[in-house]
Design a protein around this ligand. Sequence first.
Ligand code: C2O
Ligand code: CU
Length: 443
Amino acid sequence: MNRRGFLSLGALALAPHAFSAPRIQRLKIAATRQPLVGAGNPDTAVWAYNGAVPGPELRFKQGERLRVEVENALGAGTTVHWHGVRLPNAMDGVPNLTQAPIAPNGGKFVYEFDLPDAGTFWYHPHLGSPEQVARGLYGALIVEERNPPAMDRDVAWVLSDWRLDREARLVESFGNPMDASHAGRIGNTVTVNGAIRDTFAVRAGERIRLRLINASNARIYAPIFEGHSPRILALDGQPVANLNQRVVLGPGMRADLALDCTGAPGSRHRVIDDFYAQRAYEVLKLEYSADKPIRAAFEPLPQLAPNPLAAPDLAKAERHRIAFGGGMMGALPSQREHQGLFWTVNGRPISEHEHQGEPILSLRRGQSYRVELVNDTAWHHPIHLHGHVFRVLTADHWADAVLLDPRSRAEIAFVADNPGDWMLHCHVLEHQASGMMAVVRVS
Ligand code: C2O
Ligand code: CU
């Protein structure tokens, strides 16, 4: 297809006139307190959207126009990034790259854009994120299909973890060099939708669409549903072929599961996460009511309709390679470490405040690209690209992030169809803030 063809295709996907009038939401960002740990324990001081962690679950229909009016009542600047959404660059919420920070003590900003893709997305700050996300700023953004599959319930679990002391106070050592140079800030308390949960109530025979969102700074989740075999309907909001495999979610990543409640009335089943060997824990228990099953047998699972993504032309794709380095057990000139920069992208660390430097890649709009992502470190890195959804060639599905195991590689491919300067970074927020970020320019 010629360049003009691509341009008109892109315009079609993002043109406002094809969409409805905006549905308006308001987000007020402020400090508050929340009972994270529960009965008999003190509340925890948190930062929240509209007074609760997670922030409100924003639900739209595919093709709708979102308008969110944000007010920042914090004493610190912030932004809102709409993770995984293909939106115009100016709405991407990256400070000093796509917008000025929303000023503290009453600053306002309006985000408004169309939602071309259905799926499970989320929102969070992109400024001082090791602190702001750890304090509780995140929420689910759910874009429903035009014809959603039949499910008895559609539920999001926003997974996060906290580093709390014995009085349930947040330990305020955000972005410290120890966390930044190792696995990031992994907490000691895991919450589901803003509280430690003992149970999740289900009924026998139910089919639940369970949307898992990893909103943690650094923790990786790999839940096992004992006695159940949920199938993966979508990864990062993008449909997959009902994969029957274990889901592994790096920070920022999402999975939509179809959970068929095949257990017996009155039974209990643990959801266990043993991603970190020696540190398995129970997330919660599925607790069946005594009611008789609502169905005797489950219909075959429907496939979700694909989103309107441009397929990369692999034969014509231009190839690039990006290597991630640094961290403990890596090599980095010590003078950079003194500035708190522990990680590199193609040999260079970039900090949050200097990403107006040269883009790591300059891509031509409409052209297909294949990018090899190489992890030269001893650590996990979920590498996330803004403004685009890519094909993970090494795993054969669409995504907006790919979790690189230590000393491993992945290959992604995409059409650079969204103009602007876009972040490419590790979603372990301490890694991002200490060098593991870069800019990809599409023009
Ligand atoms: Cu979830 Cu650059 O962000
Ligand atoms: Cu990382």
